[in-house]
Design a protein around this ligand. Structure first.
Ligand SMILES: Nc1nc2c(ncn2[C@@H]2O[C@H](COP(=O)(O)OP(=O)(O)OP(=O)(O)O)[C@@H](O)[C@H]2O)c(=O)[nH]1
Ligand SMILES: [Mg+2]
Length: 369
C-alpha cells in the first residue's frame, strides 16, 4: 500500500488490486459491483475491455482501492502479446509507488510464488451451471496442481463470486486483509532484472503458445501444398485461398513474436507517446468546446443588441432563440462527452494526468459556474 497526499484528505492509503483472467470471465462486472460505477461489461464472448483501466473508490474513509481492470487473455480482438504488453506496460511504467496487493481471478502468467498469498482465485457464472456440476468443476480446479492446486497450496484462496455486491466485497475484504504490497514477478523481472518482455516468465509462456500455433499453421500449409499437387482446376483455386489464409496467420504470428521483443524503456516510450496523443486529443476537444462557448456568448450578445435596438420582429426572435437552444444542446452533449473522455483518461493513467485533469475540472467549473 502507498500513502498519498490527497488535498485536504491526507493520510489516505491507496491499495492496488489487479483483476485478471480470460475474456468474458466477469472481471468488469466484478469491478462494477465493487465500485457502483458504470464499468462497461461485455454482452457475450466478444471481448469488451480493451485497455488497462484503474477504477477507484473509497473502501472506507482512509482506504482508497484501485481496481485495475485488464483486457482478458485469449481476447477475441487482441492477441495475447498485445494484452501482455498492455498489462506489463501499465505495471512497469505507472507511478513507482504502485505495488499490487492482490489479484483476483489470477493469471499464472503474471505472478511468482511469493505473490500467492495475496491472490484470490474467484469463480464466476454459478448461475449458469447445475450446482453439483459447479462443485465438481471447482474441486477439479483445486485438486489439479496445474490449474489452481499449486496456487492454493501456496496460499491463494479460492472463493465464489455470486454476482452481488456483498459477494464481491467479501472477496475484496479477503485480499485487503491478507494481501500485502508486492512486486509481481513480471515487474521484478523487467524493472529490477532489466529483462525484455520476451524473457519474462509471462513472455516465455506467450511465446511458447505462439511457437505451438506456428507449428500447426506450417503443418497445415504443408498438407495443403501436397493436396494442391493432385487437385483439379476448381479445387486448386479453393486450396490456393486456404493457403493464402494459412500464410497470413503465419505472418501475423511472426509480427506478434516481434512485438513481444520489447523492454521497459520501449514500453515507457510507447506509453508516454500514447498518453501524449490522448492529452492532445483532449486538448483539441477542449479548445473546440471553448470556441463553441464563445460562439454562444457572441450570439447571445448580438441578440440582446438587436432587441435593444428594436430591429427584430417576433418571428425572427423565435427562430434565433430556437437556434440558440440548439447551440446550447450541442454544447451540453460535447461537455458530457469530454467529461467522460477525461474520466477515462484518468483511469488509464494513474498519476500522470492529474495536472491535465485539474485543468479540465477548472474548465468545466468555468463553463457551469
Ligand atoms: N451468468 C453470469 N453472467 C456473468 C457473471 N459475471 C459476468 N457475467 C456476464 O458475462 C459477460 C461478460 O462479463 P464481463 O464482466 O464483461 O467480462 P470480462 O471478464 O470483463 O471480459 P473482457 O473485458 O472481455 O475481458 C457480461 O454479460 C456479464 O454480465 C456471472 O457470475 N454469472
Ligand atoms: Mg472487461
Amino acid at each position: 500500500m502507498s500513502k498519498k497526499k490527497d488535498g485536504h484528505r491526507q493520510n489516505i492509503q491507496d491499495v492496488y488490486i489487479a483483476v485478471t483472467g480470460i475474456t468474458g470471465a466477469g472481471k468488469s462486472e466484478f469491478i462494477r459491483f465493487c465500485t457502483d460505477r458504470e464499468v462497461v461489461v461485455g454482452d457475450g464472448l466478444i471481448s469488451q475491455t480493451s485497455e488497462v483501466e484503474d477504477w477507484t473508490f473509497m473502501y472506507n474513509p482512509v482506504l482508497r482501492v484501485h481496481l485495475i481492470d485488464t483486457p482478458g487473455f485469449d481476447d477475441t480482438n487482441k492477441k495475447d502479446v498485445e494484452v501482455l504488453r498492455d498489462i506489463a506496460g501499465w505495471l512497469v511504467t505507472t507511478d513507482s509507488e504502485v505495488r499490487l496487493c492482490g489479484i483476483c481471478s489470477c493469471s499464472k502468467k503474471l505472478c511468482g510464488p511469493e505473490c500467492l498469498r495475496g491472490i484470490v482465485l474467484a469463480t464466476t457464472m454459478w448461475g449458469l451451471v447445475n450446482p453439483d456440476d459447479g462443485v465438481k468443476r471447482e474441486n477439479q480446479l483445486r485438486s489439479t496442481d496445474d490449474f489452481w492446486g499449486e496456487m492454493e497450496k501456496g496460499g491463494s484462496r479460492v472463493m465464489r463470486h455470486l454476482r452481488s455486491k456483498e459477494s464481491a466485497m467479501a472477496i475484496l475484504g479477503v485480499i485487503i486483509q491478507h494481501g500485502h504490497p508486492m512486486l509481481l514477478k513480471i515487474q521484478d523481472e523487467m524493472i529490477n532484472e532489466g529483462r525484455g518482455l520476451e524473457d519474462t516468465g509471462a513472455g516465455i509462456k506467450v511465446n511458447e503458445d505462439l511457437i505451438e500455433a506456428d507449428r500447426k499453421y506450417k503443418a497445415e500449409l504443408a498438407a495443403l501444398k501436397e493436396d494442391m499437387k493432385e487437385a483439379d482446376e476448381a479445387s486448386k483455386r479453393e486450396i490456393a485461398e486456404l493457403m493464402r489464409k494459412q500464410q497470413a496467420e503465419i505472418d501475423e504470428n511472426e509480427r506478434q513474436r516481434k512485438k513481444l521483443e520489447t523492454n521497459m524503456a520501449k514500453l515507457e516510450a510507447d506509453r508516454a507517446r500514447d498518453l501524449k496523443a490522448l492529452e492532445e486529443k483532449l486538448a483539441e476537444q477542449a479548445s473546440n468546446l471553448q470556441k463553441k462557448e464563445k460562439a454562444i456568448s457572441d450570439f447571445q450578445e448580438s441578440l440582446k443588441k438587436r432587441e435593444a435596438a428594436d430591429t427584430i420582429d417576433r418571428a425572427e426572435k423565435a427562430r434565433l432563440n430556437e437556434k440558440l437552444e440548439e447551440m446550447k444542446q450541442d454544447r451540453a452533449t460535447e461537455v458530457s462527452q469530454l467529461r467522460a473522455a477525461v474520466e477515462q483518461a484518468k483511469r488509464k493513467s494513474t498519476g500522470f494526468f492529474d495536472s491535465v485533469c485539474d485543468f479540465f475540472s477548472d474548465l468545466f467549473d468555468d463553463l457551469f459556474s
